[in-house]
Design a protein. Structure first.
Length: 255
């Protein structure tokens, strides 16, 4: 009897080592997404740690960048995993990762396409698909949708995100309370300690940005800069709020 082949790659993360923009693959520099400020010049992003966290204001291009990386990894730009091509949410979302990925090149060591691309906007259609696909399979269904939003997110993360692969999270804090975000931090630690998970995440949460040992990058019109959590605008605003909540809100609403 033939032995079952082990598809686990015996190498630690990160697996995706570098992505860069190939100008020869761009037809129109003025077209979106290539008109985004951080893509106007030569763009390159390297990964030297298992966890990379990207921060920046809305509109800077974080989601588009993550979509492009997800497509390079073999995922649908609207969210999902390898081989999952949703028809119920791709057409309902503005996604530009396919266009960006066509002009990106990637360096892998080794190439790995297991994992998941998580987007809060498409979570319920993905979860519904997984629940329905499990009907008739051995064992209980994952049942992601019978819980609260935050509980469903965490059950999904716990079930999907401790296997070998590259995991891309676009603002996972969207439905997570501060307590749930602490649970997510613990999950990130388990993923890191497994040595087989690479995480690329965009977030607005200072709590998630502060994950120890992660590479924290700020995306702006000037490109990507390595920063500390204390240097981010998100942290500065929350620090001002926490020092004087009433005074802070009064000042904001009276501007």
């Amino acid at each position: 009897m033939a032995r079952r082949r082990n598809h686990t790659i015996n190498m630690p993360a990160p697996y995706l080592r570098r992505v860069w923009l190939d100008p020869a693959r761009i037809d129109d520099r003025a077209a979106y997404p290539f008109c985004l400020p951080f893509l106007r010049d030569d763009f390159e992003l390297s990964f030297d740690r298992p966890i990379t966290i990207i921060v920046g204001e809305n509109g800077a291009g974080k989601s588009t960048l993550l979509e492009g990386i997800a497509v390079l990894a073999g995922y649908d730009e609207a969210g999902g995993g390898k081989g999952y091509r949703p028809v119920d949410h791709s057409n309902a979302m503005e996604v530009m990762g396919g266009q960006l990925s066509s002009a990106l090149r990637a360096g892998w060591l080794p190439k790995i396409t297991n994992g998941w691309f998580f987007r809060a906007e498409s979570f319920f259609s993905v979860a519904r698909y997984l629940d329905e696909a499990s009907v008739g399979s051995p064992g209980p269904p994952p049942d992601f949708l019978s819980h609260s939003h935050g509980e469903g997110f965490m059950r999904f993360f716990e079930e999907r995100c401790q296997r070998q692969g590259i995991f891309i999270f676009d603002e996972p804090e969207s439905a997570l309370s501060p307590a749930r975000q602490m649970e997510f931090l613990k999950l990130m630690r388990r993923m890191e300690r497994s040595t087989i998970c690479q995480v690329v995440m965009a977030t607005h949460s200072p709590m998630l940005m502060a994950y120890p040992g992660a590479r924290l990058l700020r995306l702006s019109k000037y490109g990507l800069d390595e920063v500390t959590v204390e240097q981010t605008d998100h942290y500065k605003v929350m620090r001002e709020f926490c020092s004087d909540p009433v005074g802070f809100v009064d000042a904001v609403v009276e501007e």
